[in-house]
Write a protein that binds this ligand. Structure first.
Ligand code: ATP
Length: 249
């Protein structure tokens, strides 16, 4: 397995957000995480990519609340539950967070180069930039444009492009279709499939369950910080309780 999460628990003060959760993603898969609002999907991605550990560290010494983080996370054969977030990125585990946040005042190109900050080899960075421009021709066209003036869909493409610049083996993408018009959503999903065909493993959090179930090799259904079902989309859709109670279909 490329990623293995074993008995993960995350709590903020006394609120248990992830409750003794185990899951895994194999090399080459596109795995989805679905479930109702507040189920803990984003928190799970943040725990995997080192952001909860960072919160725990920084909140401790301040007036902030208590953060509990327990369990084991293994990526590419290494224990990462105590690794700092930048080290996790360097290993190839990269997070593309919800609500696309490029640096608004930087150009598209500058934003993409910011994604490559861990890679000093200039020729390699240039090759990666070409790869991103090929995948997202709109970004090539808008290379010099200030990012804050682009449409929501274009900013989402830029967020994914920037994540690709850090050379992920596993790309965790959080709700990429949120707030986009239907055509643009489809475009974003098509790009995610292309990224997988490039050999990058994907862990995808999405609300648009019907579309994601067609794309994913496997799916995990989360509710109240636990995985309550897992499997192929077609099998999960056969279960009426899962469909109605947890997926709102
Ligand atoms: P959504 O689909 O609405 O984004 P989600 O499944 O991604 O939901 P999370 O964003 O992980 O769910 O949130 C799960 C719960 O954890 C929520 O009740 C949220 O308020 C709480 N939570 C998340 N982060 C923190 C934090 N830093 N401090 C306190 N509570 C938090």
């Amino acid at each position: 397995m490329l990623l293995e999460v074993a008995n993960l628990t995350v709590a903020y003060d006394k609120a248990m957000i992830i409750n003794d959760l185990s899951m895994a993603v194999d090399q080459g898969e596109l795995v989805s995480l679905v479930g109702p609002n507040g189920a803990g999907k984003t928190t799970l991605l943040r725990a995997i990519t080192g952001l909860v550990a960072w919160e725990k560290m920084t909140l401790r010494g301040t007036a902030g609340g208590d953060v509990t983080l327990k369990g084991k996370i293994t990526f590419d054969g290494r224990s990462i539950e105590k690794a700092p977030a930048h080290e996790i990125v360097r290993l190839g585990l990269v997070h593309c967070p919800e609500r696309r946040r490029p640096f608004r005042e930087l150009s598209v190109r500058e934003n993409l180069l910011a994604g490559a900050y861990l890679h000093p080899d200039k020729a390699q960075v240039q090759a990666d930039l070409e790869m991103v421009y090929q995948l997202f021709p709109v970004l090539a066209k808008r290379g010099r444009q200030v990012s804050g003036t682009m449409s929501g869909g274009e900013q989402q493409m830029l967020a994914v492009g920037r994540a690709l610049m850090s050379r992920p083996k596993l790309l965790c993408i959080d709700e990429p279709s949120t707030g986009l018009a239907p055509l643009m959503r489809q475009e974003v999903f098509n790009k995610i499939q292309q990224i997988r065909q490039m050999g990058i493993t994907i862990l995808l959090v999405e609300q648009e369950v019907a579309t994601v179930f067609k794309m994913a090799t496997r799916n995990y259904v989360l509710s109240s910080g636990k995985i309550i079902a897992q499997g192929k989309g077609e099998d999960l859709l056969q279960d009426e309780v899962i469909r109605k109670t947890y997926l709102g279909l």
